[in-house]
Ligand binder design. Structure first.
Ligand code: SAH
Length: 216
């Protein structure tokens, strides 16, 4: 077994020790090769439990955070899921193993193009994507069973809440990105009466930025 495969096994064991219990989530992380989603110069660190830089000044999230957010979504295999912030495509790839279809939105065309190549290479055919402002959601495809936002919003994006089905769950980092600003992972459950909000844990994400990025 090579060092990368060994690293992967150790990471999965570490995630389990840190409290990730959902076997389907652990198995999805085991099946998606994280090394494909990062720049070649970081490959050796693919299975270390930290975030890594990707193009356009963005980051691929820490494996623990990906596992934790995915577990909190309580996915079912018939579900339709919206992700805001495709980035490298890693989180979308993990989701694609656990639900019927993933819709993912990214504001950088460059990032989305690279992510699409990876989905093709891994033959993940249940991911639909577009360049756009994820804070607007994807009204043509709404409502969603689940929504996951992988960039920090100043407050819970209302348009996304409106695109959740009743009983639907959204996981979103809320707070000011960068500096020493506090961000918390928030879990929203849309009920018939309104929404239930629960703070899960402190996190650090790049900011959710308005509009499509200017680069082509
Ligand atoms: N889920 C990603 C993590 C990406 S980091 C992964 O697995 O690699 C967050 C991403 O959100 C960045 O790529 C950033 O460009 C994107 N982003 C920020 N604001 C956005 C917005 N309003 N709409 C869509 N994408 C956004």
């Amino acid at each position: 077994m090579d060092a990368i495969e060994q690293g992967k096994i150790e990471l999965i064991m570490a995630l389990r020790r840190q409290g990730i219990r959902d076997k389907r989530v652990l198995s999805a992380l085991e099946r998606i090769p994280r090394e494909i989603f990062i720049n070649a110069s970081f490959r050796k660190q693919a299975y270390e439990d930290h975030a890594l830089p990707i193009e356009c000044g963005q980051t691929i999230s820490q494996p623990f955070v990906v596992a934790y957010m995915t577990e909190q979504l309580q996915l079912g295999d018939r579900m339709k899921v919206l992700e805001v912030g495709t980035g490298s495509g890693y989180q979308a790839a993990v989701l694609s193993k656990l639900c019927r279809r993933v819709y993912t939105i990214e504001r950088y065309r460059t990032l989305l193009k690279d992510a699409l190549k990876r989905f093709d290479e891994l033959r993940l055919h249940n991911i639909t994507s577009k360049v756009g402002d994820g804070a607007e959601g994807w009204p043509e495809q709404a409502p969603f069973d689940r929504i996951i936002v992988t960039a920090a919003a100043p407050s819970v994006p209302q348009k996304l809440v409106e695109q959740l089905k009743p009983g639907g769950i959204m996981i979103v980092p809320v707070g000011i990105a960068g500096g020493r600003g506090e961000q918390n992972l928030v879990r929203i459950v849309r009920t018939e009466e309104g929404v239930k909000r629960e703070e899960l844990m402190p996190v650090r994400f790049v900011p959710l930025v308005e509009g499509v990025a200017k680069e082509s």
